[in-house]
Design a binder for this molecule. Sequence first.
Ligand SMILES: O=C(O)CCC(=O)c1ccccc1C(=O)O
Ligand SMILES: [Mg+2]
Length: 370
Amino acid sequence: MQITEVRLRHLNMDLVAPFTTSFGTFVDKEFILVEVKNGEGLSGWAESVAFSAPWYNEETIKTNWTMLEDFLIPLVLDKEIEHPRDVSDMFSHIRKNNMAKSAIEGAIWDLYAKEKNIPLSMALGGELEKIDVGISIGIQKTVPELLAKIEAGLKDGYKRIKMKIQPGWDVDVIREVRNRYPDIPIMADANSAYRLKDIELLKQLDQFDLMMIEQPLSSDDIVDHATLQAEIKTPICLDESIHSVEDARKALELGSCKIINIKIGRVGGLTEAMKIHELCKERNVPVWCGGMLESGVGRAHNIALTTLDNFTMPGDTAASANYWHKDIIQPEVTVYDGVITVPKAAGIGYEVDYTAVDEFTSYSKRYTNK
Ligand SMILES: O=C(O)CCC(=O)c1ccccc1C(=O)O
Ligand SMILES: [Mg+2]
């Protein structure tokens, strides 16, 4: 396959409600949408999940744009690409910048699947036709507001409730949630808000029968997490700490976690995500697909990846309407009883709505060698 043109667009979409994590609050989502074209009029799509500020990882929209423009696009434009799985090797001499790499690699996977006229899920080797999803609920101002959000999530049928925690919004809040809902699957995501010195507090979480605690300690740590995991019963799930299959191997060998959250952008693309999935499958470690408040395009990629058979825990890919007044794909992602039916159309399986894309685009740029 050959990419003859790349188009980057900068979009900004308002969230239906603010989303607060231990590192900050989102009221809208700025992101880069990548479109790669071949000579036959087909387009492949993906989005960068980098945020406007470097508060989840070191990447930002601007660093991603620069990496794409200066390094990554020139490496793929007009090059003969035998298979999208080769793209990550073409980028291997460029350090880090995983979200930038993933944005173009994902678009090439979509284009490849469209050229073959098969769904992206099939191109990845995924077989599930329906996937289970949960919902991620941000830090709220009050416990009643949190309980109301949980109630709504349960009513929509989401298969598990993830609540964000941070110092001051943790043990007491989870206790109230547990008292109100003794049996539901709950997990907590700290986004690296604690340190090993908080171990006594973290041990208290064991009483609530949580499915897991996600990324309690530093975003670059796997050593202290191993110490913590040895001291608590609740499974630790790593998110921020895992950037590659090598990171995953080391974390599993150290005993730093029992579950891994796979985010395509964080690990540099679908090919690396599949490698982590494979490693975890060999070692009987369950994985699930994390979310980054994606538009429908990123959501579609998450859905395709989740069709691989070791994605045995519900992911964060909730319905479009949970985030957006209007999404940029047709149809939007819908969830019934906590289940998404995997689309069967070619590529990402949803049509990108150019009118909606234009509405949210503040600037764009075309790259060709001509
Ligand atoms: O609903 C989603 O897309 C996931 C929400 C979420 O938990 C999240 C949102 C923004 C940044 C990091 C995270 C995370 O999983 O840690
Ligand atoms: Mg997380």
